[in-house]
Design a protein around this ligand. Structure first.
Ligand SMILES: Nc1ncnc2c1ncn2[C@@H]1O[C@H](COP(=O)(O)OP(=O)(O)OP(=O)(O)O)[C@@H](O)[C@H]1O
Ligand SMILES: [Mg+2]
Length: 181
């Protein structure tokens, strides 16, 4: 019994990813987080090519990064913001999360991905696992993750993941695009 559960949980399920649904669900789940109502969240999606990946794992990534932008917003910032940008092409998806929150000192930029790491003096709730889990998912999916930040100005996280779109499907879509021109 335990084995079945474990193996089904570890199995990668590839399907077309509905980013709008993933983000809407994450925002619903996070609506009671302190400061959630204060932050303005914008999403832009570029490209017409569908993105194929493990939607459940992608939901974990989005949920963690959105929750961090909510938790680490600047209390003195009149307009706390998170801008999410999604760009998909034939081979990959690139997801950018840019906030104008408290920022991360340069010396902590790599440490934030360590298990249980939380910046000293951190007032928000949390266990320091979110970004570690995100990094692990990205590693398993053979993707990349970068962080950049300026203290008191904001942080930017960029995640790149392979697009597991079936090459035949991609060719068909391309033909459709050609024919409609
Ligand atoms: N967008 C951000 N702006 C500023 N600091 C951040 C941001 N994201 C992460 N950090 C810093 O990195 C630390 C690690 O982040 P991580 O998501 O792993 O843990 P957490 O949010 O504290 O806890 P958990 O995600 O387990 O609830 C945070 O505690 C915070 O100090
Ligand atoms: Mg977190």
């Amino acid at each position: 019994m335990i084995n079945t559960t474990r193996s089904s949980r570890l199995k990668v399920k590839i399907s077309e990813v509905d980013f709008k649904a993933i983000i809407a669900q994450a925002l619903t789940n996070l609506r009671n987080l302190e400061g959630a109502h204060r932050i303005e969240i914008k999403t832009t999606i570029e490209g017409y090519i569908p993105f194929y990946s493990d939607a459940d794992q992608l939901a974990v990534i989005f949920s963690n990064l959105i929750s961090n932008a909510i938790k680490f917003q600047h209390v003195h910032e009149a307009h706390p913001r998170l801008e999410m940008h999604i760009e998909v092409d034939k081979t990959r998806g690139v997801f950018t999360f840019k906030d104008n929150g408290i920022g991360i000192p340069k010396e902590n930029l790599t440490k934030v991905f360590d298990m249980f790491f939380r910046a000293p003096g951190n007032a928000a709730d949390g266990s320091g696992l979110g970004l570690y889990i995100v990094k692990e998912i990205v590693r398993k999916m053979k993707g990349k993750i970068f962080a950049d930040s300026v203290v008191s100005e904001g942080s930017k996280f960029v995640i790149e993941l392979p697009n597991k779109i079936d090459p035949d499907l991609f060719r068909k879509l391309e033909q459709l695009m050609q024919n409609s021109k």
